[in-house]
Every structure is written in C-alpha cells, then in structure tokens.
Write a protein that binds this ligand. Sequence first.
Ligand code: C5P
Length: 409
Amino acid sequence: MTTAANLLPLQGKNILLGISGGIAAYKSADLVRRLKERGAEVRVILTPAASEFITPLTLQALSGNPVGQSLLDPAAEAAMGHIELARWADFILVAPASADVIARITHGMANDLLTTCILAANAPFAIAPAMNQQMYKNIATQSNLATLISRNIHIYGPAAGEQACGDVGMGRMLEPLQLAELVVAFFQQSPKPLTGLKIAITAGPTREAIDPVRYISNHSSGKMGYALADAAAKLGAEVTLISGPVQLTTPAGVNRIDVVSAQDMYQAALTAAPEHNIFIGCAAVADYRMAEVSGQKLKKTADKNELTLQLVKNPDIIAQVSALTEKRPFTVGFAAETENVQAYALQKLQSKKLDLICANDVSVAGQGFNSEQNAVTVFGHNLQQSLTLQDKTTLATALIQLIVEQYKK
Ligand code: C5P
C-alpha cells in the first residue's frame, strides 16, 4: 500500500546539518523543521561559535536527535562517533557556512567535530554561505569558494539584501525553505542507477486465432511483466515492453509495443532484442497456433460431436533471442511450473541457453498467474537465489536489481 509518508521527497535520507557561527544560525532551527517535514532524518553538529547563537537544546528538540558539539566529548563519541556520523550521512549541508568554516573546509582542517566529519565523509555536500558582504567579496573567500566548486561541492546562495550588520550586499543565507528545496532537487537530479541501460520485456499472453471470432490463449494477466517494466523504468532504464493483449495501463516512461499472436511477438522481439542490453521473456507465449486460421466462423455440425483442430508449434521467441550471434542481449526467461519446478527450470535454462531463469510454482494458490503476489527462485549457471512471496511491485524491483547485478558480472 502506498502511504503519504512514502511520497515524501527526502524519505529515507540522512541529512547531517552543520551550523557554524553567524547570526543566520537562528534560521537553522527552521531549516531542521523544513528538512524533517520533507521526510529526512536530521542530525545536527554545532561549531563552538554556533552555540553562541543557538542552543543545542532547541536543535535537539527539533531534530529528535542528540546534537554534536565536540570531538572530545566521550559520551557523544560513545553514542555515535565522528566517523560513524560521517558514514551515516547521505548528504551534508553546512548552513550557515561562515567565512571561517569555508576556509577551514577548503584547507582540509579537522579542528572541530564538523570539519572532522566533513573530512571523514564520502557523502555529497553543500554549503550555504552567510557573512558580511565585504567578507564574502574578499578574494580569500572567493578563492576558497572557487576551490570548493572545482571539487563538486555545491554552493547554495548567498542572497543579496540588507544584512544584520546594516550593510547591503551579497552574503545573506538563503531562506530555510529554499535550502530544503535545493536538497530535494539534489536528490531528484542524482542519476538513477540504471540510466543508460536498455531493457526489453515481453509480457502477457498471446492470442492464437482459430477463426475470426475465436482464439486460443491462457490466463496470464501480464502483471509481472508490467511490474518489471515499471520497476526498470523507475530505476532509470530505457524500457521496451512487448505486450500481448492485457487490461493494464502502460507504466510511465515505458515504450510499449502491442502484439496479439506469438508470431507478432516473435517479430517485435527479434527486431528489438539486438538494440537492448537485457531481454526478459515474461510473456506466456502460446506454444501452438492453428496450422491454418479459418477465414470464416467454424460452424457446429449436427452430426459430429468432436472437432479436431490441427496445431503447429510457435517459434520459441526467447530461444531465438538467446541464439543471436550478433548483439545478443543478456537473456532472462521465466518458468511457470506446477510441479518439479527446479528441475524443469534448470532444463529450460540449458535448452534455451538462457543466462538466468526465474522459476515460480503456479500450483500454489495466491502466486503467479493473475494474482497480486509472486515468489520466484532465480537460477543461473552458478546461481540460485529465492525471492520470497511478496507483491509483484516489490518483487519486480528486487528481481530487476538481481538481473542487472548478474548482467554486470
Ligand atoms: O517453454 P516455456 O514456455 O515453459 O518457457 C517459458 C519461457 O520461455 C518464458 O520466458 C517465455 O516467455 C519464453 N517463451 C518464448 N517463446 C515461446 C515459449 C516460451 O519466448 N514460444
């Protein structure tokens, strides 16, 4: 189920907020609230000068976490040491960043808890400068900021305007709301893990015409293939979904090609496959089709109680994809079985020359065909990994991650 909390843009992100000494430090209390209301977990470090402007108690109450102040505090170090704090952070924001802290960060100093954590951290980080306009203009500060930019450190602001000291000019810290939105934008812009990867997926059943009004098909709903397409697209992949007739909406950002019969799917799949890095055959392709499709509706006859349809085998789409000699994609099949799941899956892995096969037992009620949930075991040539019963959306994300991991090996 999707809840409102799941939709918060900084949900699951650990933000380390460093506050240095400056009058703008009072605004950082509001910044903590803005970050938290966007779903972030926030921990605060105060420099010694900052604690002259704002109390640790305020920030502790707002962040819900103890506030770090000293590198030499045995109790704080025992709770979460500075290296642990540096590793905990997904993002570090120093706001306000005084001229002094900017200089110390630029030169790699580690003479208080904040600068030590920054030096020890591997997380992306940003500073929000706040100082007197003349200090900001000073060549020393400008040169420090240029150095930080060259190291891919983000500089948020400052804004121009009236300053606490009475001057007017550049050097005001951005407003807490603006800063919180810049942090959100940072996470939204960071490249998705599957960017640049092309994945083709077949999904749903195929329909094999008997005559103009009847067909042979199966119970595949297409939900698993669509969930895989959605998960791959959300992770940044370019997805082509070759879909048999289903009642599902196209996942956002996915290129969908509609087909009806196995032969249509074969054409579409063989055209698409060489252009993709990974091919996932999730469709329940009809094994047989009519040897000849009747041009007219077959009529019931009064004298015969039996009707024999002559069927011929359909091409094995995935086996053909896997047999490509040029531009062969990493090929992943599905095996929906009702018995001997492992043995049949391994047999298919070999006979179709697949890289991976995802096996599921469709005899178990509530998983596989037409259900909301599924459980699979993935077999490779040196791999066996089970993904337990879960909703198809969650399973799809785990499956895509596992497939991509194996593809990259
Ligand atoms: O042989 P079986 O149908 O059990 O194999 C299942 C796997 O092979 C699935 O990945 C399915 O999409 C694929 N397949 C195919 N073309 C067929 C039959 C199956 O691509 N004609």
